[in-house]
Design a protein around this ligand. Structure first.
Ligand code: F6P
Length: 364
């Protein structure tokens, strides 16, 4: 018979995103009120789990947090227990700290762990599950690149912030007759760039899924300017790259679960456009503004639904699964399924076709 779940551990892993607190509340309220379960909050993602930093959450902890960005638990993208960075006299050494993590899981009497995170968190969760932990995943990331769910929470907020930024760039671009380039996040996927660019009428959208050609961008910008549109707006995903060129990255950091830190394509594109066309061009990097602040009401609701469903899975003993959105329903899939591939934009999909139909160029 399935052992009754009495203590649930919860952590937020990887980069933060708006809606994390709504999930924590969505888990903790029904856990405490309906099922008499104690929720143990693990500090700073897997880093805190490896180090055994955790405490039982109280009603006070989850009061008034549904609309708050960030995470009351803290997070980290450097604490993979299987590749744990440790300071030694010779510098940073990467060790396997998974046994230590399992010891804390048992020591705190946890019956289950709810891991809220993106693909890095889900990969780690799958391996911890194989060591004997009962895991339930909740898909988080502004990048929206997790397969097996139609949407991750945080994405809607990031898109609305990026859309507002493009709206604002429109007015200053038209006033100065400039080309404006906005770099948005998204890692290897162009979802934020495509959605924000489409919703705010960007003239050119550059995404990793469609490598671009410099000549095509210059042609479009000049065409617009000779037709009397004396400004252009370009929304570029941080992972976008020119055909036959590499992704532009800021740095590699071995302590991170994903060592690659993106950044720089916006400046690069702006410089090239100015050189190729002679038109005055400026770049803006939206950066972490996309992840900060209040979640949209859509993300608050989705995050709450995910949290509530995650507790139901725990109570029913349905471990090794990740909650997921399919159409309009919240359901669940195996974590293995969720990490089997990255969710990229289908280049012949409806969203790309819609953007093309309204005259958007992808720099092809
Ligand atoms: O995965 C979320 C994300 O915001 C990416 O879009 C971005 O590349 C990365 O995290 C930034 O990471 P950091 O906050 O560590 O700079």
């Amino acid at each position: 018979m399935q052992k009754k779940v009495k203590r649930i551990g919860i952590l937020t892993g990887g980069g933060d995103c708006p809606g994390l607190n709504a999930v924590i509340r969505g888990v903790t309220k029904p856990a405490m009120n309906d099922y008499g379960i104690t929720v143990v909050g693990i500090q700073d993602g897997f880093e805190g789990f490896v180090e055994g930093r955790m405490r039982e959450l109280t009603r006070l902890d989850i009061q008034g947090i549904v609309d708050k960005g960030g995470t009351i638990l803290g997070t980290s993208n450097k604490g993979d227990p299987f590749h744990y960075p440790t300071e030694t006299v010779n510098g940073i050494e990467i060790v396997d700290a998974s046994a230590r993590t399992l010891k804390h899981y048992k020591g705190w009497g946890l019956d289950c762990l709810i891991a809220i995170g993106g693909d890095g968190t889900m990969h780690i969760s799958k391996k911890l599950g194989e060591m004997g932990m009962n895991i339930i995943g909740v898909p988080k990331t502004i990048d929206n690149d997790l397969d097996a769910t139609d949407q991750t929470f945080g994405f809607d907020t990031a898109v609305s912030i990026a859309s507002e930024a493009i709206d604002r760039l429109h007015t200053t671009a038209s006033a100065h007759h400039r080309v404006m380039v906005l770099e948005v996040m998204g890692r290897y996927a162009g979802w934020i760039a495509l959605a924000a660019g489409l919703s705010s009428g960007a003239d050119i959208i550059l995404i990793p899924e469609i490598p671009f050609k410099w000549e095509a961008i210059a042609e479009r910008v000049i065409e617009r300017s000779t037709q009397g549109n004396r400004y252009s707006i370009i929304c570029v995903a941080e992972g976008a790259k020119a055909a036959n060129e590499e992704i532009v990255i800021r740095e590699k950091d071995i302590k991170r679960t994903d060592p690659v830190r993106f950044g720089g394509i916006g400046d690069y594109v702006a410089r090239r456009i100015q050189e190729d066309t002679g038109l005055e061009t400026r770049a803006t990097v939206l950066g972490h503004l996309q992840r900060g602040g209040s979640p949209t009401s859509y993300d608050r609701i989705l995050a709450t639904r995910y949290g509530v469903r995650a507790v139901e899975l725990a109570v029913n003993g349905e471990f090794g699964r990740m909650v997921s959105l399919k159409g309009t329903s919240v359901t669940s899939v195996t974590i293995a399924e969720a990490i089997s591939k990255q969710r990229l934009i289908p280049t012949d999909g409806e969203l790309v076709m819609t953007a093309k139909a309204v005259g958007t160029s992808f720099g092809e």
